[in-house]
Structures are given as structure tokens and as C-alpha cells.
Ligand binder design. Structure first.
Ligand code: ADE
Length: 265
């Protein structure tokens, strides 16, 4: 897979030399190139921004500079996927990561200031590229670089061969089960008076699996009720429904819903 990142702070992306993504680059699974946007500026000061039309605070990144950059890094023939990190984008999820991991060529355009002139995305779309404006969460960063790091790590680890044991990808949070992951433990079995749950030491696979499933359901209900409400009821067994009922969730009209709260008098 080829990934190009364009930024005015290319050094921000140095972390991509580390860990599993760094190894994927060295072994050739990931051809990742970082570019300095200012290389496409044409004036003596290498200006990349200007004041917003219509007024308002802050500066906007110029379309002409970005246009030249993207003409050089997006593949010919509209075959690229342009990702623009922005707090006004769709929220980035594991589903986006899965889709991006299937692409041959992704270009990530990191904006700073108040963002990039809207015609840049419009022109890339008109040229036939896929364009995704994505937010990593409901908070505002100073620029798209940290969001680019987040997205590259999330889709990079899904590329075949990047994570050594592909089973690690199967049971994790935000996987196909739609549940958060159960709590995990390792040696020693007793530490500072805290013991590993007995069942995990039992060697009884079916009981361990049930225990993990119950903890995943409890955790998801406590931390992410939105994920419980989105569960596919047909994919749940009797034991799942009993645990959820104990946590105040009932099936009605084919969906899980929190049990009716008593109406205040
Ligand atoms: N740029 C600034 N804030 C951002 C966010 N939350 N997600 C993606 N890009 C951003």
C-alpha cells in the first residue's frame, strides 16, 4: 500500500518510523512518504495561507498551493483516496480503517489554521478520486497531523503481515462482535493482594469464553450504551440476553432498549 502525507510540519510524522508501522515501512509492506507542503509554495516566504473570504478569524490554506501538491502526489486517472482530517468531518471509526486498509493509494492532506479552501476537496472529487473528510473525535486539534498518525496506525495494523499474530485482530474492541473487549490478565496470578479471576486459571475453555463474553457485555453496557443499542439481536444467545436484562436492557421491536425508567410523579 502507498500512503503520502502532506503537511507543513513533516517532522510531526517522524513517529511513523517506530513500532509496527515503522517495521511495515522497512519491510516494504507500507510505502509511506511524507512531504512538506511548502515545497509547492512559489513565493519567497513560501506562503501557504491567506485571510478568509467573508471575514472571520484565522487563516485559510490556499487552494493553488494544495492543488499543485495533490497534482504531484495523487495517482493519475482518479484512482486515489484523499483523506482530509478535520474536526468537521465524519467521525473516524474502525469501519473507516478497514476500508482504507483495502486501498492501493491513500493521500492524507493535513490542514492547519482554519482549514483548507473547500475547492481543494471539490476538485479532487471532480477528478474522480474518493475524498473522505474525517474527524478523530469531538475536540479540536491544532492541525491534522496527529489525526493522520491515528488513522495510519489504525489502518496500517490491518494490512496483511503488519500485526504478527492475526488472531490479535479478531477479538479486539470495535471488532465484528460490536462489543468492547473483556479485561485481560497475565502473571503473576496474585499481585499486591489482587487475584486473577479463578475461571481464567481453570483451563475450562467454554467457561472462560462465557466469562469473557459476560465481562464484555457489562463493560459495553457501562461505557458505551450506544454500542449496546446497535447490537444485532439475532447474533446474541440466551445467556447474552440474560446478562443484558440484568443490566437493564430489554428487547422490544427487535432492538435492545434500556428498560423503561419509572416516570417521575
Ligand atoms: N484537525 C483538528 N481537529 C481535528 C479532529 N478532531 N480530527 C481530525 N482532524 C482535526
Amino acid at each position: 500500500m502507498r500512503v503520502d502525507v502532506v503537511s507543513i510540519f513533516p517532522d510531526y510524522l517522524a513517529a511513523l518510523d517506530l513500532s509496527l508501522v515503522g517495521k511495515a515501512r522497512r519491510t516494504g509492506l507500507l510505502d509511506l512518504r511524507v512531504h512538506d507542503l511548502r515545497g509547492w509554495a512559489t513565493d519567497r516566504h513560501r506562503t501557504v495561507d491567506d485571510t478568509p473570504f467573508g471575514g472571520g478569524a484565522g487563516m485559510v490554506m490556499r487552494p493553488d498551493v494544495w492543488g499543485r501538491a495533490l497534482d504531484d502526489v495523487l495517482p493519475a486517472g482518479g484512482a486515489g483516496h484523499l483523506v482530509v482530517p478535520t474536526p468537521s468531518g465524519e467521525v473516524f471509526t474502525q469501519r473507516h480503517a478497514e476500508r482504507l486498509a483495502l486501498e492501493a493509494h491513500v493521500v492524507i492532506a493535513c490542514g492547519r489554521y482554519e482549514g483548507i479552501d473547500a475547492r481543494v476537496a471539490e476538485r479532487a472529487r471532480a477528478a474522480g478520486h474518493r475524498v473522505s473528510e474525517l474527524s478523530i473525535g469531538d475536540y479540536v486539534l491544532n492541525g491534522g497531523e496527529v489525526a493522520a498518525l491515528v488513522m495510519i496506525e489504525a489502518f496500517g495494523r490491518l494490512l496483511p503481515g503488519v500485526v504478527g499474530n492475526p488472531h490479535s485482530l479478531v477479538e479486539e474492541s470495535h471488532g465484528a462482535a460490536g462489543l468492547l473487549e473483556y479485561p485481560v490478565y497475565t502473571k503473576p496470578p496474585a499481585w499486591e493482594g489482587l487475584e486473577v479471576p479463578e475461571v481464567l486459571l481453570s483451563g475450562h475453555h467454554a467457561r472462560i469464553e462465557r466469562w469473557r463474553r459476560d465481562r464484555a457485555l457489562e463493560r459495553t453496557a457501562a461505557r458505551r450504551p450506544d454500542m449496546v443499542a446497535a447490537l444485532d439481536v439475532a447474533a446474541l444467545d440466551k445467556a447474552d440476553l440474560a446478562v443484558l436484562a440484568g443490566l437493564g436492557w430489554q428487547v422490544s421491536d427487535g432492538r435492545l432498549r434500556p428498560a423503561e425508567e419509572p416516570v417521575a410523579e
